[in-house]
Design a protein around this ligand. Structure first.
Ligand SMILES: Cc1cc2nc3c(=O)[nH]c(=O)nc-3n(C[C@H](O)[C@H](O)[C@H](O)COP(=O)(O)OP(=O)(O)OC[C@H]3O[C@@H](n4cnc5c(N)ncnc54)[C@H](O)[C@@H]3O)c2cc1C
Length: 412
């Protein structure tokens, strides 16, 4: 059996390991366009902030490919999949045949439309290579602009602030981390960041960068200009699927997969940021581009590819973020649409900057946002995952002493 995996990230690596555990003799080829060994992508922001050096990033040692009998093809981009003839084509024109194929190509930064994007010192922050380039530029940087207040934009801004660089964050939406938290928690995050010196501007977007060779200023949609000697674009990500033939393999935002991570094309699977599976809390298809789901999906895809039928229970968005002295945790549906099937309760203690929001769908917890009161976040995630009915007054879940036993109806 020959297995080909596109993507040398965490989903691809876990798939390869799962295949090898079940099939000791199959040929496994792992194709990746980065040259680095597999590394912890979320930690690149710690490299930016100076908390760790790049040598802390690898998630597998140098012997990984040899030990598992994997043939790596690194520094090569897959350009096409021939579904009928069961081959993938890589950039040098070579074709690699497969019996089973995994698409684990992750995501690319969402591009923006602005003039002057080719100026020096304008970066995306997705790869180790990006952060290495940023580190080279940093010594001469005094003022930085971060476009986007999502997880990556936020981490970029945080890292630059920790380096002592005057940083402005431009957000089109109303608050930072708009995919992770609701408006009330986002406001607490914004206040905290502003209090620490980050200049956060909402409703702002860049139409052009200007400078002589290197970025010197950005022109905003309202005509204002902001001087800067570095810009980081962190406006979210999109599944990296340019090589996927959409007439043969179903794609919505990500590659559509069934409960076994298999696409509609038999023997072709997808996992990680590239895949769109069922979201447990939303009860609909969703791309949850987070590390733990990439691990699980990769492992489960690998098992299924090697012939062991294992179902993936579905993905669940979740985040734990520390922002200076503020703890934020969220999971599931955090901002339900008004007039939707969800009920919301929240508790806000402005003095202590504590906030708890719980989102219910019928009698089940479907999501939550916790600020500075994150203690039972793990229990809440379990409640969502297990779809446990909440038959006690919902307010009990918001109490600081809440635990599993609180969920039992009280006698009398
Ligand atoms: C700065 C940052 C911070 C993050 N923080 C968090 C966090 O705190 N918590 C969390 O859960 N998640 C976080 N994430 C997200 C997390 O890193 C991803 O969900 C995870 O890495 C996805 O793994 P993956 O294997 O699906 O994709 P990737 O890690 O992107 O790996 C895919 C690989 O495939 C390669 N590839 C793409 N196209 C091709 C092609 N055509 N040919 C060959 N190779 C190709 C890519 O270059 C890449 O090496 C963060 C991400 C970033 C960038």
């Amino acid at each position: 059996m020959s297995y080909v995996i596109i993507g040398n990230g965490v989903a691809g690596v876990h798939a390869a390991e799962a295949i090898r555990r079940i099939d000791p003799d199959g040929e496994i080829t792992l194709i990746g366009d980065e040259l680095f060994p597999p590394y912890c992508r979320p930690m690149i922001s710690l490299v930016l902030e100076g908390a760790v050096t790049p040598d802390a990033l690898p998630i597998r040692n140098d012997r990984f490919y040899d030990d598992l009998g994997i043939a790596p093809i690194l520094g090569s981009r897959v350009e096409d999949i021939d579904v009928d003839n069961r081959t993938v084509k890589i950039a040098n024109g070579e074709t690699v045949p497969f019996d089973k194929l995994l698409i684990a190509s992750g995501a690319d930064p969402r591009p923006i439309k602005a003039e002057g994007l080719d100026l020096k010192n304008i970066f995306y922050m997705r790869t180790e290579g990006h952060v290495r380039s940023m580190l080279t530029a940093l010594p001469k940087v005094q003022k930085a602009l971060v476009l986007g207040g999502g997880l990556v934009g936020f981490k970029a801004a945080y890292g630059l602030m920790r380096r002592g660089i005057a940083t402005t964050m431009l957000i089109r939406s109303g608050h930072p981390l708009s995919m992770q938290v609701d408006a009330a928690a986002g406001e607490l995050v914004r206040e905290n960041l502003m209090g620490r010196g980050l200049d956060v501007r909402v409703g702002a977007s860049v139409t052009a960068f200007e400078g002589r060779g290197r970025v010197e200023r950005a022109v905003l949609a309202d005509g204002t200009t902001l001087s800067c000697d570095m810009a980081v674009i962190g406006k979210g990500v999109l599944p990296a699927l340019s090589f996927v033939p959409r007439d043969k393999i179903g794609v919505d935002l990500g590659v559509l997969v069934d409960a076994h991570q298999e696409t509609g094309a038999k023997g072709i699977y997808a996992a990680g940021d590239a895949a769109e599976s069922t979201d447990i809390a939303r009860r609909s298809r969703w791309v949850n581009a987070i590390w733990p789901e990439a691990v699980d999906q990769g492992r489960i895809a690998g098992m299924n590819m090697a012939g062991r039928a294992v179902a993936y229970p579905g993905s669940l968005s979740r985040n734990v973020i520390r922002i200076f002295d503020m703890d934020v945790m969220s999971g599931g549906v955090v901002t339900p649409e008004t007039d939707s099937v969800y009920d919301v309760i929240h508790f806000h203690d402005p003095k202590r900057k504590r906030y708890r929001k719980l989102v219910f769908r019928e009698d089940r917890l479907a999501g939550f946002v916790l600020v500075n009161a994150v203690e039972q976040g793990g229990v809440m995630l379990s409640l969502i995952r297990s779809e446990t009915p909440v038959v006690v007054p919902r307010e009990r879940l918001a109490a600081p002493s809440f635990n599993w036993s609180t969920l039992l109806p009280r006698a009398g």
